[in-house]
Design a protein around this ligand. Structure first.
Ligand code: ADP
Length: 397
């Protein structure tokens, strides 16, 4: 079966068509500037790339164009839409409304609306993407695959905030986590690589990208994660502050004369390593700054690595042991200095790091960067969230 994976944003729609027989990506691409002047689709297939410049006033037109590209001369990989067995949609937040991958029905779409206020930028866009696909492909089964599902196994003691329990019950304010598909994928890959069953392993997975989260995976299940009610929590990120005392937020808002909403925008967009370095949110720029002696770039890298290390230690304690640390995503896969800093000083946990192996260039394969004989294995595993969405969709069907 061929499965179309769709990741719809407010003005974008990314997709991959995956052949589940061999899990090969047949085609992929993305529409940008949907609803804005100058919209285009960049599509890849058959080893070729083509750019379609076409007005896309809405997601329906975008998905129609994607289907056209999938069957187009030259880059096309299917003869007709009927070859697409199902569509898996990525959804950022589930709240407590959905615990696992769910088949789309009109009722499910209604419930999805309840989650909008949990992820106001992402979930309405995902719903728009689902509806657009349903209009264009009314007979194709569709699923919702949530970033938060993998974290549904967290125990109450891990996901609750220290607030009035009744308020948690009434408003659903608790930790939900994010990047679940990635944490699920890399922890399963780690077990496979180590030749063990997931049940035998205590793993800390570090998804370090523009948004970063660290997860404790005990016996194949998430028991804690660093992101919270929203992806603003945990370590500082590209432009997000990460964890901060709520009183400092109120204090800063007053000093800067910002409303609640503006303060949240500030914490999401103007903080993190971009705020600390004053240079960039991109770790390639921070590395370049560090190399030319920029102290604040060095500080931003230090803070990011230190905070990540702190979660590794905390989660080793939470699980009562540690067998493996996994690095993944843009920074996790490509930034040796961060991996080295995170793992330095963890010998007491049984981590013996191999600095030379760590410095080797990313070739897209799984790499072991712990020294031979290290009690705790340290692995770099390229993430593949689209494949997880396709697998979940195939499994459900
Ligand atoms: P997201 O998917 O959340 O946008 P990514 O996982 O793509 O984020 O990570 C982006 C981060 O990874 C950026 O800070 C970028 O600097 C860093 N990075 C470092 N080296 C590379 C590289 N070779 N390719 C892509 N990202 C890289």
């Amino acid at each position: 079966m061929k499965i179309l994976v769709v990741n719809a944003g407010s003005s974008s729609l990314k997709y991959q068509l995956i052949d589940m027989q061999n899990e090969k990506v047949l085609a992929k691409g993305g529409c940008e500037r949907i609803g804005i002047e100058g919209s285009f689709l960049k599509a890849k297939g058959n080893g070729q790339e083509k750019v379609y410049e076409k007005a896309m006033p809405n997601h329906k037109v975008a998905i129609e164009l994607v289907l056209h590209a999938l069957a187009d001369e030259g880059i096309g990989v299917i003869k007709s839409m009927d070859e697409i067995g199902a569509v898996g949609h990525r959804v950022v937040a589930s709240g407590e409304f959905f615990k696992k991958t769910t088949l789309v029905t009109p009722e499910v779409l209604k419930t999805l609306e309840e989650t909008f206020e949990l992820a106001p930028l992402h979930n309405p866009a995902a719903a728009t993407g689902v509806k657009a696909c349903m209009e264009v492909m009314p007979n194709t089964p569709m699923t919702l695959v949530f970033d938060t599902s993998f974290h549904a196994t967290m125990p109450e003691k891990a996901f609750l905030y220290g607030i009035d329990y009744e308020d948690y019950k009434k408003y659903g304010v608790r930790k939900y986590g994010a990047h679940g598909t990635s944490h699920k994928f890399v922890s399963a890959e780690a077990a496979k690589y180590l030749g063990k069953k997931p049940e035998q392993l205590k793993i800390v997975t570090c998804h370090l990208g523009n948004g970063s989260s660290i997860t404790a995976v005990d016996g194949g299940k998430c028991v804690d994660t660093s992101m919270g009610f929203t992806p603003l929590a945990g370590v500082l990120m590209g432009t997000r502050s990460g964890d901060i005392d709520a009183s400092a937020v109120e204090f800063l808002a007053r000093k800067k004369g910002l409303s609640h909403a503006d303060m949240i925008t500030y914490l999401n967009k103007q903080c993190g390593v971009a705020g600390i370095s004053g240079v960039s949110s991109d770790f390639r720029d921070l590395e370049a700054g560090y190399e030319r002696g920029d102290k604040r770039c060095a500080l931003a890298l230090e803070m990011f690595s230190y905070q990540t290390k702190r979660f590794v230690g905390a989660y080793a304690a939470a699980m009562g042991g540690l067998d493996c640390i996994v690095f993944t995503a843009g920074i996790g896969e490509n930034t040796p200095i961060v991996r080295e800093e995170v793992c330095s000083g963890l010998e007491f946990l049984g981590v013996q790091f191999d600095s030379e192996a760590n410095k080797k260039k990313n070739d897209g394969s799984i790499r072991e960067i712990s020294a031979k004989g290290s009690k705790v294995k340290v692995l770099i595993i390229p993430t593949n969230e689209e494949l997880v969405i396709a697998r979940e969709t195939a499994e459900l069907l």
